[in-house]
Design a protein around this ligand. Structure first.
Ligand code: SF4
Length: 337
């Protein structure tokens, strides 16, 4: 009886950030005949429907899965083993965590390897040769982590050694310039990715200050982390924090993400910013300070003290009033995060 040689269908999990490099990596691996399953990590402060990775995956015709990061990830942000980059970005720990999760997904769906769009020498913290090797080891993916854009500059991986993919068709890109990748995107008709930079809020110094404050003081739920990206933030004391919206969109977002225990404050009879107060049972002084913040960021900042209305988010019917307290600029600068 004749036995038929059935060619193994190779399967891989690709990290999809929504950016250019991961889109190119996915395209290259897919064109090698691999069944690609994209995985996108949604940061704790992100809203999942904002993902460019989903659009890119659809355009490439690959499977797509989004995984929401939560407290476990924020614990890493608070205490990274490998330290921070220019702000509160723990890039090495973050990469390891992503790859560990991708490795779990790889096993779950019976895939053969994981790949990323990382490029040797592109980022000073996480993409130096030694760091790439360390990340691979710590993620438990030794030999099964392919970086198609720089593969020819790195040790061959199991998929290459086993002949599952052709190493000759992988690339040897290194360094910070993106010219080659843009040319390649045009040649391979890869579109829909988001522009480089400005992606991760942990690289933003203002956001990082707020994140540090939230992690130091504790947070009740993910809504409180999502809110960090909107408005002006003020640490009033150990127990109270105020956030002042900068426009109507932010005001609405703050209300939508308020915790039932939070208080919402506005000018009583006039138009102005909205303030969200976090903390239980605010004192008269805290409420007056919140009023002072609202007044300071309104067109009435140089006028007499204004009357404010406020209510608890869980009890919109019960409106109360307070008078704003005059705050000097130095004090405001001192408490602003
Ligand atoms: S920039 Fe942000 S998402 Fe990217 S590795 Fe660093 S911490 Fe993680």
């Amino acid at each position: 009886m004749m036995t038929q040689n059935v060619k193994k269908q190779v399967k891989a999990v690709g990290l999809m950030s929504g950016g250019l490099d991961s889109a190119l990596a996915a395209k290259i691996v897919k064109d090698l005949g691999v069944e690609v399953h994209g995985i996108h990590f949604v940061m704790p402060w992100e809203l999942p429907d904002h993902s460019c990775a989903m659009k890119v995956s659809a355009h490439l015709g690959i499977e797509y899965m989004a995984l929401q990061f939560d407290r476990q990830y924020l614990d890493i942000v608070k205490n990274p083993q490998y330290g921070y980059g220019s702000a509160m970005n723990p890039c090495v720990d973050c990469h390891i965590h992503m790859l560990v999760r991708a490795g779990q997904y790889m096993k779950q769906i019976g895939a053969d390897f994981v790949f990323t769009g990382e490029i040797l020498g592109q980022r000073p913290m996480s993409q130096r040769g030694e760091t790439l090797r360390q990340i691979e080891k710590r993620s438990g993916l030794e030999g099964r982590l392919l970086r198609p854009l720089s593969a020819k500059l790195l040790e061959p991986t199991i998929p290459e050694l086993q002949g599952w993919i052709d190493r000759e068709r992988l690339l040897d890109i290194s360094g910070r310039s993106r010219r080659l990748q843009y040319d390649l995107a045009e040649t391979l008709n890869v579109t829909g990715f988001h522009p480089p930079g400005g992606g991760c809020l942990l690289t933003d110094k203002n956001f990082s200050r707020r994140m540090k404050d939230a992690l130091d003081h504790g947070y009740r739920d993910r809504q409180e982390i999502i809110i960090l990206q909107w408005g002006r933030h003020f640490r009033l004391n150990e127990h109270f924090k105020a956030i002042v919206g900068r426009d109507d969109t932010e005001n609405e977002s703050l209300i939508r993400h308020a915790h039932p225990d939070d208080h919402i404050m506005l000018l009583a009879e006039k138009m102005g910013p909205l303030l969200l107060l976090q903390g239980l049972r605010p004192t008269d002084d805290i409420l007056a300070t919140c009023g002072g913040l609202i007044q300071q960021f309104s067109r009435y900042k140089n006028g007499p003290a204004e009357r404010m209305q406020y209510w608890q988010a869980s009890d919109q019917e019960h409106i109360q009033y307070t008078m704003a307290k005059k705050l000097d600029k130095a004090h405001i600068a001192q408490i602003q995060l």
